[in-house]
Design a protein around this ligand. Structure first.
Ligand code: MG
Length: 242
């Protein structure tokens, strides 16, 4: 009797497997129906080469693509900030930006006075550069902060003098014809490969002496690298417009 029940179990099981197989074989693949253009093929580059479709803003040789670039010192494949902030001659909106930088090896000053520089998207929105290695300051002003708006999620700073990377995804704010904010800007920042800003909403300009506020501006504006009194080094800067 037991043996006969066992046989029935096998028959039922085989039937179920057959049904599942039939259902799988007759299911149709779902496709969105949207007609997409083929994504452009690019060479992604590597640690030493930018992607093939990037605009190289500094390759270690000269700062000819920057207003004020002649005020900075270029040597040994890097640039040292000096005298003035510099801005790109070309204007950019939403973008992917790669910047390598190093705070001075010789530690001088403290808080905001140590290795201070900054990447200003559209000349208005600063991702702070600071030597925040064993150097405490207000958290929304430390390295990787969207200045006075969002502290970094973690402090991923390397030691002073060591090269560090910023990989920044920037979505430009949008304004309507009357100048009213339609959509705020957003920033995602990877510091040394670590996410320190995750699609953080930009609340407006990142000033030192006033709260953030938006003022309507064109769709594209120059990118700025800040001079804040400290000789911060830069190399390998490239941008991709999005
Ligand atoms: Mg700064």
């Amino acid at each position: 009797m037991i043996r006969r029940n066992g046989a029935w179990c096998w028959v039922v099981l085989a039937g179920l497997v057959g049904l599942v197989c039939c259902a799988w074989m007759t299911a149709a693949e779902w496709k969105s129906g949207k007609v997409w253009p083929e994504p452009k093929v690019i060479d992604p580059g590597d640690a030493t080469r930018p992607p093939s479709d990037a605009i190289v803003l500094f390759d270690g040789k000269d700062l000819s693509q920057w207003e004020g670039g002649d005020q900075w010192i270029v040597k040994d494949g890097y640039a040292i900030s000096a005298k003035t902030s510099i801005t790109t001659k070309q204007a950019f909106g939403s973008c992917q930006l790669h910047v390598e930088w190093a705070a001075p090896e010789k530690v001088e000053g403290e808080g905001q006075g140590r290795g201070n520089s900054g990447v200003y998207l559209m000349n208005n929105y600063e991702v702070q550069i600071l030597d925040s290695y064993n150097n405490t300051t207000y958290y929304d002003g430390q390295c990787g902060a969207i200045y006075k708006q969002h502290p970094p999620l973690v402090n991923a700073c390397r030691k002073p003098g060591q090269w560090q990377t910023y990989d920044i995804l920037f979505e430009a704010p949008q304004f309507d014809k009357s100048g009213k904010l339609k959509r705020p800007g957003y920033l995602t920042v990877l510091h040394n490969g670590v996410v320190v800003q995750n699609h953080a909403e930009i609340e407006g300009t990142t000033a030192w002496d006033r709260p953030p506020a938006y003022t309507a501006h064109p769709d594209k504006l120059p990118l700025q690298l800040q001079f804040h009194g400290n000789p911060v080094r830069f190399r390998n800067i490239w941008i991709r417009e999005l």
